[in-house]
Design a protein around this ligand. Structure first.
Ligand code: ADP
Length: 172
């Protein structure tokens, strides 16, 4: 698999000047903790105002807004699955999050997209499984979409980054 357009970095997703950043949201889309809270704080209250007009989002699907005060042009909001042990379709739902976000990004002309590690914070999705699903879903999408120039996983901490680095290595 050609993974040259996938990168793993450690950093704060709210600081990234890309076409779109992804928000690991909840189904209300009205803000929360973790990366969701950080994105809303950095984007300013206009982001919440636009989110209110969207009437939520189902797990595994995605909705797009403007980036407001963020350096990113768009925010793509996706509620990841809460981990309930793996028997509730969690893996397919997580793959669907990545695919739905990339589909929306491509439809909106985005060439650079940054993801946080969806579901591996308070939603407790096991990091090894999540990282493999993320990079394989991104790689499969990129194969079909040459117009997308670069997709990054922006990992907040070194432990998370190590899992994504390994998952990407396994793929190549
Ligand atoms: P979820 O509810 O989907 O589990 P969380 O926000 O709790 O979402 O965690 C998802 C991941 O986002 C975790 O790895 C967390 O450390 C990370 N994270 C938190 N803040 C940021 C940030 N500013 N930039 C990038 N990643 C972040």
């Amino acid at each position: 698999m050609n993974t040259s357009r996938i990168e793993i970095i450690q950093g704060d997703i709210t600081k990234q000047a890309v076409d779109a950043i992804v928000n690991a949201a909840n189904t209300s889309l009205l803000g929360g903790g973790g990366v969701d809270g950080a994105i809303h704080r950095a984007a300013g209250p206009e982001l919440l105002a636009e989110c209110r007009t969207l009437h939520g989002c189902r797990t595994g699907e995605a909705k797009i807004t403007k980036g407001y005060r963020l350096p990113a042009r768009f925010v793509i909001h996706t509620p990841g699955p809460v981990w309930h042990g793996g028997g509730s379709g969690e893996e397919a739902l997580l793959a669907s999050c990545y695919k739905s976000c990339l589909t929306l990004a491509a439809e909106n002309g985005c060439k650079t997209v940054d993801f946080p590690s969806i579901s591996t914070g308070v939603y407790h999705f096991p990091l090894e499984k999540a990282s493999r699903i993320a990079v394989s879903t991104i790689a499969a999408f990129l194969k079909e979409h040459p117009e997308l120039e670069r997709v990054r996983m922006v990992c907040f901490d070194g432990r998370t980054k190590a899992f994504y680095d390994r998952a990407l290595e396994e793929l190549t």
